[in-house]
Design a protein around this ligand. Structure first.
Ligand code: CA
Length: 224
């Protein structure tokens, strides 16, 4: 899962980035509204964490222009704790949720997980694909109620596929959503992670769609 963090205050920006990276997210961090708008339109993110008071272009304008450009990426805005006007303006501009500053990291992480999961159409924090379950809170993966141990990269690949269940996901998509931008991205490694994941499950949940990528399906219930 790839998140864009937009916050001009350097300490908070680095705290947010470290916290999200520590919880398995790939993070791009920016410090102004102009770059944020450009990245939000041209890059693919699972969520944007957006401060409202930003240099060059304020957060509300960034949000309005993103929505005008047809981008429906979930947006979590950071507002001053007591400023209800900001919350109203943010939600009117198309924000999906807000967190008041200062916030507890657990609250922010819970809202991040919920927004990503809801935008993928899931209401529960435990995602299910047949006998396979992934708990987005604990990061635990089970098959038929037995724990499956995954490396962090294997988990990231599986979590992305589970959030896009039934859809064809390209190698490039997976690469963009599991590696940071400055990482030496090699889409061949995706094939390696998928091969390892397949070996860890007793059923073939991950299908190869020739020339296009991978698709996670509940093989017992997809009607094919
Ligand atoms: Ca600010």
């Amino acid at each position: 899962m790839r998140i864009l963090v937009v916050e001009d205050e350097p300490t908070l920006r680095s705290q947010l980035t470290q916290m999200l990276v520590a919880h398995g997210y790939v993070v791009d961090a920016l410090d102004n509204g102009v770059d944020a708008l450009h990245a939000g339109i041209h890059e693919s993110y699972d969520l944007i964490v957006l401060d409202l008071g930003l240099p060059q272009l304020d957060g509300i304008s960034v949000l309005q222009r993103l929505r005008q450009a047809g981008r429906n990426t979930p947006v979590l805005i950071l507002t001053a704790r007591d400023n209800w006007q900001d919350k109203v303006a943010g939600i009117d501009a198309g924000a999906d949720d807000y967190v008041g500053k200062p916030f507890h990291s657990e609250e922010l992480l819970a809202r991040v997980r919920a927004l990503i999961r809801r935008s993928a159409g899931f209401s529960s924090s435990v995602l299910r694909c047949g006998a396979l379950t992934l708990d987005t809170r604990s990061g635990r993966v089970m098959e038929s109620d037995l724990p499956v141990t995954l490396t962090s990269h294997e988990y990231k690949v599986l979590a992305y596929l589970m959030h896009h269940m039934g859809e064809v996901v390209s190698r490039q998509d997976l690469t963009e959503h599991i590696y940071a931008q400055d990482f030496d991205r090699d889409s061949n490694t995706i094939d390696v992670f998928v091969a390892r994941l397949r070996k860890k499950f007793s059923r073939p949940y991950i299908q190869t769609v020739r020339g296009l990528g991978y698709r996670l399906t509940d093989i017992d219930n997809d009607g094919n």
